[in-house]
Design a protein around this ligand. Structure first.
Ligand code: C5P
Length: 215
């Protein structure tokens, strides 16, 4: 059984996917983390991503593996590093590459087919599992999403201007929604939840009850 949660950055997808998976006894797959790890790999090697041959030749060398919530890139735990702002700055460009998407989607299907899974990302209900049992689309105002991001970064010891975060989120939204392949869109059959003025507990209850209604 597959449940998908798509939506823009900071809409609460990861938190909700984790909570829902735990409550239902499902596996949890954070697809954004995979695109971030590929981005980190290219950044470290200073790869010019407009060079398609170079990207294609390197992709087979990238091995991703999850262990619980930790993500390993060629055996190295990169769970913290993939959250860095410089990865975030480039991830939308890397995730727009067709070869990268093809490989990630294959891997996501391979992982999630092993059992019951909650997947979260941008295209999990439209491309990865269009026949998913239950689909959600989470959204929130850009200000609220920037506030959440600021809090999350502050907890890690980073201080960022609120307006800078608003701009960065708007830029990433624009790129993710307007790319040619697998853009971020609401799946037609998704339950849409605006999380701007809801607490995490309230969102979790809403999603849980939607799933239970269908079971
Ligand atoms: O979810 P998160 O913000 O960590 O995702 C990072 C980036 O990865 C997104 O901005 C998007 O460019 C890309 N992504 C994607 N498809 C997914 C998940 C994430 O293109 N299914």
């Amino acid at each position: 059984m597959i449940i998908t949660i798509d939506g823009p950055a900071g809409s609460g997808k990861s938190t909700m996917a984790k909570r829902l998976a735990k409550r239902l006894g499902f596996g949890f797959l954070n697809t954004g983390a995979m695109y971030r790890a590929v981005t980190l790999y290219f950044l470290r090697r200073r790869v010019d991503i407009s060079n398609q041959d170079m990207v294609n030749s390197l992709l087979p060398d990238i091995h991703l593996e999850f262990s619980g919530e930790r993500l390993f890139l060629n055996g190295e735990d990169v769970s913290e590093e993939i959250r860095l702002p410089e990865v975030e700055r480039f991830v939308s460009a890397v995730s727009a590459l067709p070869e990268v998407r093809q490989r990630m989607v294959e891997l996501q299907r391979e992982i999630a087919r092993k059992g019951n899974y909650v997947l979260e990302g941008r295209d999990t209900g439209t491309v990865v599992f269009p026949d998913a049992f239950c689909k959600f689309y989470l959204d929130a105002s850009v200000e609220e999403r920037a506030r959440r991001r600021q809090k999350e970064l502050a907890e890690k010891g980073f201080s960022y201007e609120f307006t800078e975060l608003v701009q960065e989120i708007e830029r990433r939204d624009y790129l993710d929604k307007n790319r040619e392949i697998a853009p971020l869109i609401k799946p037609e059959d998704a339950v849409v939840v605006d999380t701007s003025s809801l607490t995490p507990d309230e969102v979790e209850e809403k999603l849980y009850h939607e799933v239970k209604k269908k079971m």
